[in-house]
Design a protein around this ligand. Structure first.
Ligand code: SF4
Ligand code: SF4
Length: 436
């Protein structure tokens, strides 16, 4: 199992080496999108470490102001790679949310949305279908366009209008179907992999999942998909519901175990991959988790790979076709900062004949999607997105590639609103296109 023991309690946080070793150097400040936006110490990594230390020591209370500064954190983890003290910021924020923020919430609409999503909706993927159908009805009936055209929601609240503007576009029923259970390798067989279907992906980004499975098959991998669709627990962990995240992790490990031995567990969602690689630490010594289950979770975690990592290690087989496009690549925070994967997706894009990779300024800056951040903090999320779109417009790209569902949907919403002629896809979709 990699890494130190996971922080689970205030005592862990105070005792653990590297959890609070902030030396106040300030190197993290320029890396932090919320510090850039608000310029307040409380919205910087250093300020948040100070707040978390104060909460752990019982020196400060989780007042509304403290909660607001901590809630504004994207948990994008851009502060981690630049921190010379190795402060484990993402983990500290997850613990902080679970220990002090959740119990102090007052039952506002945001609090109820957060609880509903991380405890009752996302961990039960079957419940997402009816919600998607309702959203589809709202969009396909023209009601959403009508409300937008006359700015009706702005009269109710600017936050509601911003939230509506960031809603994902739900495809028709046919595109919300599940993946086949098996995609056989084409040509010389290079391995047998299992693929995560996920909870949100099949509902709004089923085409991306299908492209991933067929591109892997075209690259010579047998692709197996578990019978039971599970949620990986990433969003629950992100919002401090560590018990729900642990339960989701165990369910996921069991669902994949039913497939038998595989060479790798492949993920096309950066946020999911990031938590799945951490299953060993998430379940180790967790309440109610047996030592056997924790060992199985750790062994599973060692097999998890982002699809770009797998293909980078195996070497991309040159596809038969071409994709003529100027492509800008935007790093997903949970791929670049949480997993340290930045070169493989770029190399994958460069391996596609016809693709011209163009540099995107601030490519590793958060787009504001950040799990449920765009639903919970829609105004701040929109401000972050607008900055990204300004950077993107200057590149002349015809395609924006990014490797996380939240980012894909966030960019699609922003690009549609600005009316830009830019397609937003996962890098693997371009490889799939060149492979058919
Ligand atoms: S970079 Fe690390 S040590 Fe320096 S101020 Fe930020 S959190 Fe503290
Ligand atoms: S996780 Fe992101 S938003 Fe939060 S403090 Fe670090 S850099 Fe800032």
């Amino acid at each position: 199992m990699s890494g130190p023991t996971r922080l689970r309690t205030a005592a862990d946080l105070l005792a653990a080496e590297k959890s609070l070793d902030c030396v106040h150097c300030g190197l993290c400040l320029p890396a932090c999108p919320t510090y850039e936006l608000f310029g307040r110490e409380g919205t910087s990594p250093r300020g948040r470490v100070y707040l978390l230390r104060g909460l752990a020591e019982g020196e400060i209370e989780p007042t509304e102001k403290v909660r607001e500064d901590l809630d504004l954190c994207l948990v994008c983890r851009a502060c981690e790679p630049v921190c010379p003290s190795g402060v484990r910021f993402g983990e500290m924020m997850e613990l902080g949310r679970s220990e002090w923020l959740e119990p102090a919430r007052r039952g506002t609409m945001k609090d109820r949305m957060r609880r509903l999503a991380v405890r009752h909706l996302l961990p039960k993927p079957s419940r997402l279908g009816p919600l998607a159908a309702l959203l589809r009805l709202y969009q396909a009936s023209g009601l959403q366009s009508l409300l937008r055209r006359y700015g009706v929601l702005k009269y109710v609240s600017s936050e509601l209008a911003a939230r509506d503007a960031l809603l994902p576009r739900v495809p028709g029923f046919a595109k919300r179907r599940r993946l086949r259970r098996f995609f056989p390798a084409v040509g010389e067989r290079r391995g047998r992999v299992a693929m995560l279907e996920g909870c949100v992906m099949p509902v709004v980004l089923g085409d991306t999942n299908r492209a991933c499975a067929s591109a892997l098959a075209a690259q010579g991998f047998d692709v197996l998909v578990p019978e039971r669709r599970t949620c990986c627990g990433a969003l629950s962990a992100h919002f401090g519901a560590l018990d729900a995240a642990t339960a989701a992790a165990l369910e996921t490990v069991r669902a994949f175990a039913a497939l038998g031995p595989v060479d790798a567990v492949v993920v096309d969602s950066a946020g999911c991959g990031s938590v799945m690689k951490d299953y060993g630490r998430l379940t180790e010594e967790a309440k109610g988790v047996s030592a056997d289950d924790a060992r199985a979770a750790a062994a599973f975690a060692d097999k998890v790979k982002d699809v770009s990592e797998l293909l980078d290690e195996a070497g991309v087989r040159p596809p038969a076709g071409r994709v003529e496009a100027r492509v800008a690549y935007a790093d997903a925070c949970h791929l670049a900062h949480a997993q340290g994967v930045t070169a493989p997706p770029r190399r994958l894009l460069e391996a596609i004949p016809g693709v011209e990779l163009v540099p995107l300024p601030n490519a590793d800056r958060c787009c504001g999607a950040a799990g449920l951040y765009n639903a919970l903090q829609p105004l701040e999320s929109t401000m972050l997105l607008e900055r990204k779109l300004d950077d993107l417009e200057g590149t002349g790209a015809t395609v924006l590639a990014t490797a996380n569902p939240g980012c894909l949907l966030q960019y699609r919403a922003g690009i549609e609103r600005r009316g830009l002629p830019i397609e937003v896809v996962h890098p693997i979709e371009l490889l799939a296109r060149a492979s058919t």
